[in-house]
Design a protein around this ligand. Sequence first.
Ligand SMILES: [Zn+2]
Length: 178
Amino acid sequence: MRVSKVLKAVCGFSREVVIVSAELIEDDRPILRVRVRAKQRRRGRCGRCGTLASWFDNGDGERSWRHIDAGHATVEITATARRVDCSQCGPTVAQVPWARHNSAFTRSFEDLVVHDAIVGNKQAAADRYGTSWRAVNNMCIRVAQEALERVDLLDGLTAIAIDEVKVQEGPQVPDRRV
Ligand SMILES: [Zn+2]
């Protein structure tokens, strides 16, 4: 079996993600660095609004995202954060299948940490995954915003709250701890 096939299954990536290479960095706690790229498309999607747009440039180049651990290893995903020229937002980092916009963590890592924040609390989740309370708070905001965009507002649901994070339609209620 090819290594890339194993890595893809271990990382839980969809067919939209192509594994470019991987390296293991030996440390107290090993780091598995997996370099990926999104499947090549003629146009990309704006990371902010999701509109199809033509490619602009390679942005600031290489970026990395913390992913769910693989056994004893910390997993780090790296890729070139290409930009598109969106007609609404201007040059913006393109959407990637593995992470939400403007985050240093992958989508599945955020989902896992937010789940822990819900069943426990944000500080416990931050301690468990070695991140900060603020990072967990921002993950909760991104997940709640995404959830709110998906629901049918005609059903009368206008706000979603996770722990002290509240996301609602219209003016936002400031979180007193931010
Ligand atoms: Zn846009």
